[in-house]
Design a protein around this ligand. Structure first.
Ligand code: COA
Length: 379
């Protein structure tokens, strides 16, 4: 395939993929000097116009050698004139396996441009190259890229340790795959920690500012006594990792976590999370929680848990999760946790004998509770 004449024009009418041109230089330069591009990709830092010129010139060799099929993205940007919107490519180092890479110009982000571009290039690449799978990889924490891959139909497989490399440095990453036969639509429900409030607390996404109080909670002796073997983050590095991996639970439809925050000053008071979603049909998940030591005994967790349950049991039509059942387990003798469960209407359903390891070496029973939608009294 020759470049640029052999490069097809792919379009849905709004977004156009075509061969790069010399006139794209300024757009490539602007995109690659943008902090988000530098944070998440391997573009040279600092980035110069010479780098942009070299990138454009290098498209021919990459294309004609069959190593990487690159397209410039052109978009009308809404009502404005047509403009350079970024670059997208599929490379193939291993027979049958394509690797997708993309970056949007800051001016077009958040408008669905890249999602459309991913769908266009995927359809084309499966058609012309003998690919059985296209692989998406991103550095862990690149939530916008994750969202694009999820929206375009990739199955989000999980995390990869020490992959990909960024400017020669191994980084932990996320990986997803798309098969030719897959629809280009999301494969799972995206579980978003939407903001939920009552007159005392706000449930919201965990943020970087929560770090200190989050770590005070996970390092508190009472938390450690009951939950110390669960492996919650206990230092700044682990907190960052935890913060980054929350997005993965959302994209795979397997977990959603809220910070419980003070309604007045938004300070972190605790965590409530839903996990172990069995499947969209079964409509059951498990709940977990913990409270900052200075927020205990004031009804904070009960308020936060009730908000999360109201959302979990709410109908999908009204923005809820449509669950029929929420379960929880608390260590035998963890009376505070069991008290919260009972206060929120949970029924004790049984006991898993000697299955719960405490950090002091004892192995105790786990008391099982559940709550059905029909039993839940909304706050
Ligand atoms: C990733 C990137 C290409 C997305 O381009 P885009 O044109 O904005 O993509 P889209 O508009 O199709 O979709 C972006 C989605 O991510 C969401 N998003 C953006 N920032 C987000 C964030 N920090 N957290 C979660 N979602 C985010 C947007 O809301 C949008 O979803 P929505 O349409 O459901 O609202 C762009 O952000 C970018 O160029 N980033 C820097 C380079 C990069 O990371 N490349 C990928 C390397 S793997």
């Amino acid at each position: 395939m020759t470049w640029p004449d052999g490069v097809p024009v792919l379009t849905d009418g709004r977004v156009i993929l075509r061969a790069h041109r010399r006139e794209d230089l300024e757009g490539v330069y602007e995109q690659c000097t943008d902090p988000e591009t530098q944070r998440w990709t391997s573009v040279p830092v600092p980035y110069s116009r010479d780098d942009a010129a070299e990138f454009i010139a290098g498209r021919r060799d990459a294309w004609e050698s069959g190593r990487r099929w690159s397209f410039a993205i052109e978009t009308d940007g809404g009502s404005g004139p047509s403009r350079f919107g970024g670059s997208i490519s599929v490379g193939s180092e291993q027979r049958g396996v394509g690797e997708i890479a993309f970056g949007a110009h800051p001016a077009v982000r958040g408008k669905g441009v890249m999602t459309t571009a991913v769908r266009l290039i995927s359809d084309w690449a499966f058609g012309v190259a003998d690919l059985r799978v296209i692989v998406w990889q991103a550095t862990e924490g690149n939530a916008a890229s994750l969202r694009v891959a999820w929206k375009a139909g990739f199955t989000i497989e999980g995390t990869t340790r020490a992959m990909p490399t960024q400017r020669g440095e191994p980084r932990d990453g996320w990986r997803g795959t798309l098969l030719a036969s897959d629809s280009r639509e999301p494969k799972t429900r995206w579980l978003e920690p939407v903001v939920l409030e009552d007159d005392r607390v706000r449930l919201r996404k965990l943020c970087y500012d929560d770090q200190q109080r989050f770590l005070e909670t996970t390092n508190d002796p009472q938390t450690l006594h009951w939950l110390g073997n669960i492996g919650f983050p206990r230092d700044a590095g682990a907190f960052l990792r935890h913060h980054h991996t929350r997005g993965l639970g959302s994209a795979t439809g397997s977990a959603v976590e809220w910070a419980i925050a003070d309604l007045e000053d938004d300070r972190y008071l605790g965590t409530v999370n839903l996990f172990g979603f069995h499947s969209l049909d079964y409509k059951s998940a498990e709940v977990g929680y913990r409270t900052h030591p200075d927020a205990r005994g004031r009804g904070v967790l009960k308020a936060g848990l009730r908000l999360a349950l109201a959302h979990a049991f709410g109908s999908e039509r009204d923005g809820g999760l449509g669950l029929e059942r929420v379960s929880l387990g608390a260590a035998d003798a963890n009376s505070a946790s069991q008290g919260v469960a009972r206060a929120c209407g949970f029924t004790e359903t049984g006991r898993d004998r000697r299955c719960y390891d405490l950090p002091d070496g004892r192995v105790v029973d786990l008391i099982r509770f559940d709550l059905l939608r029909s039993e839940f009294r909304s706050p």
